[in-house]
Ligand binder design. Structure first.
Ligand code: FE2
Length: 222
């Protein structure tokens, strides 16, 4: 079943035990690991470093590869969830992301993901502020332990601009899957074409607020 035609929002996604386990594992690592600034050009040439927490100032966030931390019970639950849509999994990769003005101005402009991922579970682990995710003009207001489920390579998605206060954060676990089910693999140019009008509106709105430096290439790179 194509998730593109069945976007949805799911509350109480994990059990309390799972959430406790995820928080302990993730925050033990996050709080004890140095965060480094990685140049955009470096990322383009060498890919994302696998063993560091990266600061990405163009999005006001830090992130790391979560895949090695997710195994056993939780991995099985995720796979079962994707498979319940009659999807056979081909590939998966997971990412932890913290948005906070500690790293720059949190920003996620309209984009289609560059990798061919047709099933994502955008899960909010923890947050002390509200920040809706928009998928093709529909807003999903995430709360802790809820998720928005959609096809990020096919569907344009973003977060409307919000000025974070000091100390505010949004922690997301992005569970990306590619399935063997037929889906429309868009070309690089097709994705840019879809994004165009949304991006224009988004940046016009931000620039009209005169918020200072905006990275014109600010888009999710993963
Ligand atoms: Fe994305």
């Amino acid at each position: 079943m194509s998730i593109k035609d069945n976007n949805h929002f799911c509350e109480n996604f994990f059990t309390k035990e799972d959430v406790d386990f995820l928080k302990k594992t993730i925050y033990d690592y996050y709080n004890s690991t140095p965060k480094v600034l990685v140049d955009l050009e470096d990322i383009k040439q060498n890919g994302y470093p696998q063993d560091k927490i990266m600061i990405q100032p163009w999005s006001g966030r830090s992130s790391f590869d979560l895949t090695p931390f997710i195994s056993g019970n939780i991995l099985n639950k995720l796979k079962e969830y994707v498979s319940s849509y009659k999807n056979e999994i081909d590939w998966y990769s997971f990412l932890f992301v913290r948005y906070s003005n500690e790293f720059g101005m949190p920003l996620l402009s309209p984009h289609c993901d560059d990798h061919d991922t047709n099933f994502t579970i955008d899960y909010q682990l923890d947050s002390n502020t509200n920040w809706a995710i928009t998928i093709e003009d529909k807003d999903y207001m995430l709360v802790n332990n809820s998720a928005a489920i959609f096809s990020p390579s096919e569907q344009v998605h973003w977060r409307n601009h919000k000025k974070f206060l000091d100390g505010e954060y949004v922690d997301m676990l992005l569970f990306y899957f590619t399935t063997k089910t037929d889906f429309k693999k868009l070309t690089f140019n097709e994705k840019r074409e879809i994004e165009k009008k949304y991006k224009e509106k988004y940046f016009n709105n931000i620039n009209s607020k005169n918020l200072g430096v905006i990275y014109n290439n600010a888009m999710e790179m993963i």
